[in-house]
Design a protein around this ligand. Structure first.
Ligand SMILES: O=C(O)CCC(=O)C(=O)O
Ligand SMILES: [Fe+2]
Length: 277
């Protein structure tokens, strides 16, 4: 195998890694990959031949794996969640901008998503870079945001009366009684890169701590519009065997739901994170 190559994917969003099989990385290559991951927060790999066991073995090199409370697990491997949309299904998982697990006290580090079955076309995933979004704010707003914390939740999505309850995704999900909230700073210092990132997201952030929802909405709305400007985003077109590895502390993602009538099946392993500040 030749040397690992890396090239930016979007100008300020993600990087594509070539010349590696994730099932077969030396310790040196893994260390190199870690460096790239902390730098970009989002890596893409094509043509990976990963069995479920190899997918898990790669995940465990990063640390412990989290079992998602809400997604169904693949039957043979409880640590692998199935992100699935059936032909007849209308609602997909993750069809809006969000960062996974920001509603946890210790949000997941990230995920390793692997394409198993894809529609003929469509089913892309969009990503946005929250380092770039933060860096582009004015010093004045950075200073104000640095004093704020925000409440994150999953109740309005997975809980009773939540987004998914009345949709055809409901029968595939579980854990509706395990919902909860967490409070995090609006700007975090990434534990591994040491860089500042914007840490609110449209999927899970309810309001600023001590502010009402109505008071929070205009500023959150501004931040969401700002953070999803095209220059901070990229769009990944999946091919069979492709893998996306993302860091939830500095990226958002959005699964585009434009392939009705076709099946899409992804295998996802979620990596354990730590408290953020
Ligand atoms: O299916 C996708 O592209 C991503 C879905 C999602 O939001 C996730 O797996 O966290
Ligand atoms: Fe997600």
């Amino acid at each position: 195998m030749g040397a690992m190559q890396i090239r930016p994917y979007g100008a300020a969003c993600g990087a594509a890694v070539e010349g590696v099989q994730l099932s077969d990385l030396s310790d040196d290559q893994f260390e190199q990959l870690r460096g790239h991951f902390w730098q970009h927060g989002l890596l893409f790999f094509e043509d990976q031949e990963l069995s479920p066991d190899q997918h898990l073995a790669f995940a465990r090199r990063w640390g412990p794996v989290v079992v998602n409370k809400f997604f169904p697990a693949s039957s043979a491997h409880p640590e692998i969640a199935e992100v699935r949309k059936e032909k007849a299904q209308k609602m997909n998982v993750g069809g809006g901008w969000h960062a996974d697990h920001s509603y946890d006290e210790e949000p997941a580090l990230g995920s390793i998503l692997l394409a198993r079955e894809l529609p003929e076309s469509g089913g892309d995933t969009l990503f946005a870079n929250m380092y770039a979004a933060y860096d582009a704010l004015s010093d004045g707003l950075k200073e104000t945001l640095g004093t704020l914390r925000a409440v994150h939740s999953n109740r309005h999505i997975y809980g009773k009366g939540g987004l998914y309850e009345k949709t055809d995704l409901a029968p595939l999900l579980k854990g509706g009684d395990r919902v909860g909230d967490a409070v995090h700073p609006v700007v975090i210092t990434h534990p591994d890169s040491g860089r500042r990132a914007l840490y609110v997201n449209p999927g899970h952030t309810l309001h600023f701590e001590g502010w009402t929802g109505g008071e929070s909405r205009p500023l959150l709305g501004f931040l969401y519009e700002h953070a999803t400007r095209p220059e901070f985003t990229c769009r990944f077109r999946w091919t069979p065997g492709a893998v996306a590895l993302w860091d939830n502390r500095c990226t958002w993602h959005y699964a585009v739901n434009d392939y009705h009538g076709e099946r899409r099946l992804m295998h996802r392993i979620t990596l354990t994170g730590s408290a953020i500040s």
